[in-house]
Structures are given as C-alpha cells and as structure tokens.
Design a protein around this ligand. Sequence first.
Ligand code: APR
Length: 258
Amino acid sequence: SADAVGRAADLLRRARRVVVFTGAGMSAESGVPTFRDALTGLWQRYDAQTLATPAAFHADPDLVWGWYEWRRAAVRRARPNPGHLAVATIEARVPDSVVITQNVDDLHERAGSPAPLHLHGSLFAPRCASCARSAPEPDGPPEEPADGRRTPPPRCAGCGAAVRPGVVWFGEALPGQALEAAVEAAASCDLLLTVGTSGLVYPAAEIPQVASRFGAVVVQVNPRETPLDAVAEVNLRGPAARLLPALVDATWDGTGPQ
Ligand code: APR
C-alpha cells in the first residue's frame, strides 16, 4: 500500500549502509521459475533431492547436467525485470550498499549490479567435479536442451573428470568467502531489504536475522507472508517488479541521475 511504500522510502532515504537480500521471487517476473511457489515452483515439479544433490550428480551426471543446462538456457532467454533495475539504482544511490543473492542467475549483473554476492553459486561458473578447476561456460547448447533431456557434462581440460554446475547443492557448504562477506555486511548495515525469498533455506536465511539482531531495520518485498515477517519493520505485499521501482521513486522522487 502507498503508506507502506512511503514508510519504507523514509527508512531507505535515511539509510547509510544498505543490504539488498534477494531470492527466486526477484527473478519470477523475468520468467525464471521460483522453487516453492505452488504449481509453478521448480520443486513442485521435481524432487530437489533427485536433482540438486552431489549424490544425484554422481548417480546420473547427464540428467543433472541436462537439467541445469535447461535452467541456464532459460536464464539466457530471460531479461532483467524492473525490480533488478531498481536494485541497481539503489546501489548507485547508496554508496555503502551490497547485493546478496541466493539466485544462481545473472540477472542482477545484467541489470547493472557490479558484484552481487552469490551465496548459492551461479549457473555461469561451471567447475570440475574433481579438481575444481573452473570450466568455460558452454557457449550455449546447440539446441536448447528440452526440459529433462539428458546432456553429458563437458570434461575438465585439466584432469578429464566431469564438469559440474557451479551451484551449491543441498548438503553442500556455501562458498566461505561469499558467506563471510554477507554476514559481515548484514551485521553492519542499517537497513536490509529482503526481496522474493521464502526465508526457509539455511544458512542463507540467517542473513536477515543477523541484520535484525545487530539493529538494522528490515523491509520485506513479497506477495506472501514468510517467516521473515517476524523481523520485518515494513512489509511491501506484492511483486518486486512493481514495488521496487515504486520504492525507489518514493525514496528519491525521480531527482538526480536516474
Ligand atoms: N516478487 C517478489 N516475490 C515473489 C514474487 C514476485 N513477483 N513471486 C514469488 N515471490 C516470492 C514467493 O512468495 C516466495 O516467498 O518469492 C519467494 C520464492 O521462494 P522460494 O521459491 O523458496 O525461493 P528462495 O527463497 O530463493 O529459495 C531459497 O532454496 O531451493 C533452494 O537454492 C535454492 O536459492 C534457493 C533457496
């Protein structure tokens, strides 16, 4: 509602150190499916355990690699939405700001965010499953792999082992440097804007709690209620692609460099 956007704008205008924490809902309006939305979420159509675990890749690398290639192709077809652009505007307007994302797409980067922290890795950073040497991003599958088509993974140029997606699977540790930087940013910010995450998957879901525990104000953008309602000072109930531009306009009412 307009007054909630107004209250959020007052908080954002006064903030000196801002963290924007994003989840799959950030990319929903770019046509990239979320994980847990009823019916449309990926985990409603697939069992996460049969696709997003090291054991799944070991058991059937072609199936898992093919699925992530299908997701990568979908992201390459997608475009950043006005929500991603609004996040890049916030970063441009607030000198001490950082984007922390659970998303493995590159839509924040393509919208102009200089260096989002990827807590769950990226579809665009494949690496060797054995020696961890980074592998070149396949230059786009010849024909976009159909959803669910098995595709043999490339082989590592160094040791010949299979290349794996550069994403964090269930049961795997998050990239230490990204997580450390994210906790540090959350603990020292004065406003954390959480957008499009169900706040269910740890340790990423700790980030808004850390911010709140260290005295930051939390603002949430999500059409639905989440566990983060408990720490959110302001809840903007609706889609990111509409509410984030509205928040940016209300904060800086279109003044200065757009
Ligand atoms: N704008 C904002 N939020 C939205 C929109 C939208 N247009 N559409 C849906 N949402 C919200 C949903 O209400 C939900 O709360 O986005 C959230 C998506 O939640 P999930 O699908 O659980 O995605 P996320 O929170 O990012 O999942 C965290 O779980 O599966 C793992 O590694 C995966 O990074 C992922 C992690």
